[in-house]
Ligand binder design. Sequence first.
Ligand SMILES: O=C(CO)[C@@H](O)[C@H](O)COP(=O)(O)O
Length: 220
Amino acid sequence: MKYILSPSILAADFKKLGEEMCQTAENGAEYLHFDVMDGMFVPSISFGMPVLASIHGATQQVMDVHLMVQEPIRYIEAFKEAGADLVTVHLEACEDVSATIEKIKECNMKVGLSICPDTPAEAVEPYLGELDMVLVMSVHPGFGGQKFIPESLEKIRQIRQMITKRELDVDIQVDGGIYQTNVREVLEAGANVIVAGSAVFKGDPGDNTRRFMEILKSYE
Ligand SMILES: O=C(CO)[C@@H](O)[C@H](O)COP(=O)(O)O
């Protein structure tokens, strides 16, 4: 299995965003996590298409867009045009989950489906065959810098079991409160795509990425 780090730019220093992104890319982070918040599905507001359009060509990283947005189907084409490669929507935010997945595929992007901490693992099962990735939120979405919810580990295990049983090729991404100190537990539960904001961008993004990558590579 391939293990990937997706640094969340929500925690970056925006005065130096281009430089910090490149430091993560140079040290092995293949994805860049782009958290879009609408002030409706989650209480906060972050950034959107114009910022993505401005940064997406600055590195070769996969633009991993996490839409914390009510009815995200409305924005799929716009994020494609802005440079998204992989779009993840929240199951809880979609009136029609299948139609939203289909729309992302029609736009030739990879598709992820996310669940909040209070949503059980079984909720993703009907959609697994259509997905490239499941995103397990290990904090309540909306803010960076929160504490990892330990019950997420069991949810990751359950979803990995479902994927293995059906012999599917679906990544499990985990997002929220992940540091070099607890990432091993998350990987051992069955995740293979790690989102980290504070743990990458607070301090030296290059060094922090390199230390994460040493751990991730030891599982390959
Ligand atoms: O989507 C979110 C929060 O809603 C996450 O991507 C966080 O931004 C991760 O930040 P850290 O917990 O790693 O600081």
